[in-house]
Design a protein around this ligand. Structure first.
Ligand code: ATP
Length: 485
């Protein structure tokens, strides 16, 4: 993974492969112009005047991006793409082509080019195309990395990098494998409880069986009871036909009882009985029906407190709580914020039919500093909104609902938090961001490195580079202190 780009936003060229561009262009004026302009923007640029020279350079160096003219004096651009892919499968190629050659450009896309730009082009357009290309590559890498990390045992759709998240996955896997043992998932609204419940089902031996959900707070008591247990014909005025309940429909699978804390006192003992015996009667029925159902329940309520106050039966609580999972709020697993933000942004961009926008470094700081009372659901909404409002392929603070009111990180003044990156040098932005993340992580370098998406060693190097030298910070393994200027 190109970790460095995660901390400062892809729009700022970084050291390493994601910073390197090869231009293959025979028109000398254009070649030299591009070389000069892109170098000034901070990219490391090399150039070749023909296809074969370009291929030779690409063999020597792995470039982050290749800008390729399709009409070259020696070999056709399409052939350059084909040969390139022989030794570098995931080479990112953007073709440059004159207007009448659009069809060739399309052929280039089919041959594996990432995108094309028509000549003559506006340099700003080229610049944003380059930024998007790098961002796409970054996302692809992250997906690959996550797959590799998970060793193929990834839980579908669940994103997260924090130690708390990994622990959560581990518990989920263990409970999924524990036969018909009931599970109780506790956590604030929007933390992903339903997602975890679904994972318990899909990772369990009953994954091929039905997954049935019942929201205990959505229906009045009578209706909820008939939904759960079903009814016989004539059981009540409107019961013109017998109807199976969700318990029967979930036979052989999992029944998810969402908001179980809202289950009425009258229904609680009825649920307890099914949990204990796996048998029940339909409303108005006399026949005992036996099912094989695994119960997974969730609530955002403080169930132990409800048990103490008499609002929830103790025996039912203990029965459900055999497999117990506590989902931490997002603010307690900061390392998940950026991977989730990128994920939701990518999803939204896909949905909107646009390339995934880059995230400005200031935006990342704000996302990390915000407390997320609505948890992951709120983050998803914020990123979807930002994707819609994004201009020039970059998400800026203006697109955050809390962008105008600075949300400073702990221990940081609002004035510093509001300082715009636009007037700062690249090094100053990076230094400030590292400082914020370190503060956010209470000086813990391992955690800070995790949030920044870099190794601890890289973080140490940067601390030295920016003269943020180890001291005796609170909560730090070996402490850090910014050197006073
Ligand atoms: N780890 C995750 N990775 C990706 N998306 C997630 C993750 N956790 C939650 N989400 C997404 O966040 C949103 C909220 O999750 P979910 O509905 O599971 O939360 P919840 O805790 O059940 O909320 P509530 O208590 O309000 O019912 C959903 O869109 C879900 O897909």
């Amino acid at each position: 993974m190109e970790a460095a780009s995660r901390c400062c936003g892809q729009y700022i060229p970084r050291a390493g492969m994601s910073n390197t561009i090869l231009i293959i262009e025979d028109d000398e004026t254009l070649r030299l112009t591009l070389l000069g302009l892109l170098s000034r923007k901070g990219y490391e640029v090399q150039a070749a005047a023909c296809g074969l020279d370009g291929l030779a350079l690409a063999r020597e160096t792995r470039f982050g991006l290749i800008l390729l003219d399709l009409r070259l004096p020696d070999i056709p651009g399409l052939e350059v793409i084909a040969r390139l892919h022989e030794f570098e499968e995931d080479a990112l190629v953007v073709t440059m082509t004159a207007y009448p050659e659009v069809r060739t450009a399309v052929a280039a896309l089919k041959a594996g080019a990432y995108d094309y730009i028509n000549k003559p082009f506006d340099l700003d357009d080229l610049d944003s195309l380059i930024r998007r290309a790098f961002e796409t590559r970054q996302l692809r890498r992250e997906v690959e990395w996550r797959r590799a990390q998970a060793g193929g045992d990834v839980v579908p759709g669940l994103i997260g990098d924090s130690a708390a998240f990994r622990e959560l996955l581990e518990t989920t896997r263990k409970i999924a494998a524990a036969g018909r043992v009931p599970a109780l998932i506790l956590g604030e609204s929007g933390t992903g409880k339903e997602h975890i419940a679904q994972s318990i089902h899909s990772l369990s031996a009953r994954a091929a069986g039905p997954w049935v959900t019942l929201n205990c707070s959505a229906l009045p008591e009578g209706l909820l009871e008939s939904e759960m247990f079903g009814h016989e014909k004539g059981a009540f005025t409107d019961a013109r036909q017998a109807k199976k309940g969700l318990l029967e429909l979930a036979d052989g699978g999992t029944l998810f009882l969402d908001e179980v804390g809202d289950l009425s006192p009258a229904l609680q003992p009825k649920l307890l009985r099914v949990l204990e015996t796996q048998t029940f009667r339909r409303l108005g029925g006399s026949k005992e029906i036996r099912v094989d159902v695994r119960f997974v329940a969730a609530t955002h309520r403080n169930l132990p407190a409800m048990v103490r106050d008499g609002g929830f039966r103790e025996d039912l609580f203990y029965r459900l709580n055999v497999g117990s999972i506590a989902v931490p709020p997002l603010r307690e697993r900061a390392a998940d914020i950026l991977p989730l933000a990128r994920h939701f942004l990518e999803q939204a961009a896909l949905h909107l039919g646009m390339a995934s926008p880059a995230i400005q470094s200031e935006v990342m700081s704000r996302l990390l500093a915000y407390r997320w009372p609505g948890n992951i659901r709120e983050l998803r909404n914020v990123m979807e909104r930002a994707a819609i409002l994004a201009s020039d392929g970059v998400i800026t603070v203006e697109q955050l609902p809390f962008g105008h009111a600075p949300a400073p990180a702990r221990g940081e003044s609002a004035a510093t938090a509001g300082e715009g990156a636009a007037t700062m040098s690249l090094a100053a932005v990076e230094r400030q961001h590292i400082l914020r993340v370190l503060e956010h992580a209470a000086g813990n370098k391992t955690r800070a490195a995790e949030i920044l998406g870099i190794t601890r060693l890289t973080l140490r190097t940067k601390l030295r580079e920016y003269e943020l030298r180890p001291g005796a910070g609170e909560g730090d393994e070996d402490g850090f202190q910014p050197v006073k200027n």
